[in-house]
Design a protein around this ligand. Structure first.
Ligand code: DX5
Ligand code: ZN
Length: 222
């Protein structure tokens, strides 16, 4: 199990009338990254945020902006998101014809390069991407919405990717996204994940954002 870990609150569940304040609160409470869920209404049914929101987030925090691109043809959007201030650009393997080229382009733009895969897409689909990726994101819900139930059958895939990254000697982060809560975070941590996205467990916590982040951290170290 890696000895580092971080929480990446997803602003998908934030109160957008107070987005800057909510991001600042997450930063003060010890968030590691801010996760931004970009959805195009095609790759997933929902439609969310564009570079304009990333640019606003950039002004609200010093934290890295971990931008998850749930879009078709992500290669067309890399430059606008990089210019808006994204720190990490994460593309779906299902949406890329030439993953090596897309990851190289992300790095050329000065961002860290991430790759992700839907539930049901096998770990083997990442074989060409793993040696090139700075971040590997495993989805534990079908992407599109926050507040969905964690899909436990994806946990062995996290462990499989951890083994492969270790075999490669890769320093990449292994991030998980979807249904992460105090009940589910330990299983993915034990499977080898070291970065944890959470939308509803942070922004929807009944005692506030800081309590949500602290509860996840406590669950990991307990
Ligand atoms: C799902 C998104 C997730 C989502 C997670 O499509 O990629 O980042 O915001 O939401 P929770 O943590 O509520 O499952
Ligand atoms: Zn996400």
């Amino acid at each position: 199990m890696p000895n580092r870990f971080l929480i990446a609150p997803s602003i998908l569940s934030a109160d957008f009338t107070r987005l800057g304040e909510q991001i600042a609160e997450a930063e003060a409470a010890g968030a590691g990254w801010i996760h931004v869920d970009v959805m195009d209404g095609h790759f997933v049914p929902n439609l969310t945020m564009g570079p304009f929101i990333v640019e606003a987030c950039r002004r609200a925090t010093q934290l890295p902006l971990n931008v998850h691109l749930m879009v078709e043809h992500p290669e067309k959007l890399l430059e606008p998101f990089a210019k808006a201030g994204a720190s990490h650009l994460i593309v779906h393997i299902e949406a890329c014809q030439n993953i090596a080229g897309v990851l190289a382009e992300i790095k050329r733009l000065g961002c860290q390069a991430g790759v992700t895969l839907n539930p049901g897409t096998p770990a083997s689909s990442l074989e060409a991407a793993l040696p090139l990726a700075d971040i590997v994101l495993v989805l534990t819900v079908h992407p599109g919405y926050s507040g969905q139930e964690f899909i436990g059958r994806e946990v062995p895939k996290v462990a499989e990717i951890r083994r492969r990254l270790d075999q490669l000697g890769s320093p990449a982060w292994l991030e998980v996204d979807g249904g992460i809560s105090v009940q589910t975070i330990c299983q993915v941590r034990e499977a080898g994940a070291d970065a944890f996205v959470a939308a509803s467990a942070v922004f929807g916590h009944p005692n506030g954002i800081a309590a949500g982040i602290q509860a996840l951290k406590n669950a990991i170290i307990s």
